[in-house]
Design a protein around this ligand. Structure first.
Ligand SMILES: [Zn+2]
Length: 487
């Protein structure tokens, strides 16, 4: 009897192992048809020259309430007219908000739904005291070692300039798009985009414009950034996380610290925060997270593919492992980040009020109200009040991957980057597409430039730079994209 049971158990193990291995063996990248590499006569030196000039305008968004200096913004807009005369002759330009720009390139088919390329040209300040750490000054636009150096090259003037280059190229070819093409350039993305992208959206909404798709910043072609994947990953992001900051407040009687009660306001807040940290919001490899990790994992080694190909068996283990690293954890769930604490004003005075501030970045499966309810339930202490700080935003809608727009972007990536893996992803920070999503059926977030982990440190940091090779490839990408979708 026991022998029979053991044999049956062994048979089950063999079958399960067989399924697990078979699924891993067949869990490989989908075949993609070969494409002709892009071969446009792009003068990378000339593009770099114009980006170098663009960098010299100090279009800085400062920490609110400090306003931006309008002078460089106006000067930059005037410079654009001289740098891109063909484009300014052919396209309608409107200035919205204060310095946001909307260009309209009418399509030949008025019934076709329009599309939009978008970027922002404001930049973050250079942290005072770090100027000396730059190899080349942040606003000089130095071209050296095959790169344009300076604040805004990666984020996001490089994208804006290459979009303008692509349209100029197509205009000179006599190309007329099928769909109307909008070029939208925000001037305050780094402080929320309300004035710039917000005004552009309101303007287009008033005309009942609905976009087939839009393409904004929010990701890159990642080279060597995801461990275990050798091929470059072109992560065309299909969603963006939401944003919520909550303040937890506890009140108490106060008094002298020589006779403290058993519980103080500071202690209550501390306990609440510990409870929140111990109970992160549920994650999981569903929806956009599953699509992104699934596509990545197909290009990993066999041992990792075994896990990802058999989520029916290893789903829990994967969730646990991916939750350990901050980068992968942020892709899986709404993150919980306690950022500020306050209590008494003096060391020997009991607080009459203590507060803790917690910042959440919402996964597309969650909502602002849902997270607030989860927080209250997890804290489970009626003495603590929970209030929203500043502006909360819901996570974006999730754009499709079977759309004409996504397919055209994937094809354009392959023509510029050969063997890059194209996959959908999730933008974990906020972009202007938090606004554009209101008028776009499919808001995508992707800059067609290849970056390494080292390049990422320049993002809002020191030694931001963009290679001439990337400028050529990005220009080719936008040319291709407009030709494919609107040709
Ligand atoms: Zn940006």
């Amino acid at each position: 009897m026991i022998r029979k049971l053991l044999l049956a158990l062994l048979a089950v193990i063999v079958v399960v192992a067989g399924i697990v291995v078979y699924r891993a063996i067949t869990f490989v990248p989908a075949e993609t048809t070969a494409v002709q590499p892009a071969d446009y006569p792009i003068d990378a030196d000339a593009v770099a020259g114009r980006l170098s000039e663009a960098v010299r305008f100090q279009t800085i968004s400062r920490q609110p309430p400090e306003p931006a200096d309008p002078v460089p913004f106006a000067a930059y807009i005037a410079w654009l007219e001289t740098a891109y005369p063909d484009l300014h002759a052919a396209l309608k330009r409107e200035r919205l908000g204060s310095h946001a720009l909307l260009y309209t390139w009418p399509g030949r088919d008025p019934a076709a739904k329009p599309v939009m390329l978008t970027a922002h040209y404001d930049v973050v300040p250079v942290i005072p005291g770090t100027e000396g750490k730059w190899t080349h000054p942040p606003f000089a636009g130095v071209i050296a070692d095959g790169h344009v150096w300076g604040r805004g090259t990666l984020d996001d003037k490089g994208a804006m300039i290459t979009m303008l280059e692509a349209v100029t190229h197509l205009l000179r070819e006599g190309f007329v798009p099928k769909q109307t093409v909008y070029l939208a350039f925000g001037d305050d993305e780094e402080v929320g985009g309300e004035r710039g992208a917000g005004a552009i959206v309101a303007h287009l909404q008033a005309q009942k414009v609905r976009l087939d798709w839009s393409l904004d910043e929010g990701s890159f072609v990642l080279d060597g950034i995801v461990p275990g994947v050798a091929r470059p990953l072109a992560s065309i992001n299909i969603a963006e996380k939401g944003y919520l900051t909550l303040q937890l407040t506890a009140q108490a009687a106060g008094g002298h610290s020589s006779m403290p009660p058993r519980e103080t306001a500071v202690g209550l807040i501390a306990e609440a925060i510990v409870r929140l940290q111990r109970a992160p919001l549920p994650g999981g490899l569903d929806g956009v997270s599953g699509q992104a990790f699934g596509a990545m994992a197909r290009n990993m080694s066999f041992d990792k593919r075994i896990l990802f190909a058999n989520q029916w068996l290893f789903g829990g283990l994967l969730d646990h492992v991916l939750s350990q690293a901050p980068t992968t954890n942020a892709m899986l769930r709404t993150t919980t980040a306690p950022t500020m604490l306050s209590g008494s004003v003096k060391e020997n005075v009991l607080p009459i009020e203590a507060t803790g501030t917690v910042n959440f970045r919402l996964h597309p499966r969650d909502t602002v109200d849902g997270v607030i309810a989860y927080v209250k339930q997890t804290i489970a202490d009626e003495r603590i009040t929970v209030s929203v700080v500043g502006r909360a935003s819901e996570p974006s809608a999730v754009a499709g991957t079977a759309t004409a727009g996504f397919r055209a972007m994937a094809a354009a990536v392959r023509r510029s980057y050969g063997d890059a893996v194209v996959l959908p992803g999730l933008t974990i920070a906020a972009t202007d597409s938090a606004h554009y999503g209101a008028i776009s059926d499919n808001a995508y977030r992707f800059n067609p430039m290849m970056i390494t982990a080292q390049d990422l440190t320049g993002f809002h940091g020191t030694n931001e730079r963009l290679s001439l090779e990337n400028l050529a490839r990005a220009t080719a990408f936008y040319i291709d994209l407009l030709k494919t979708t609107g040709g």
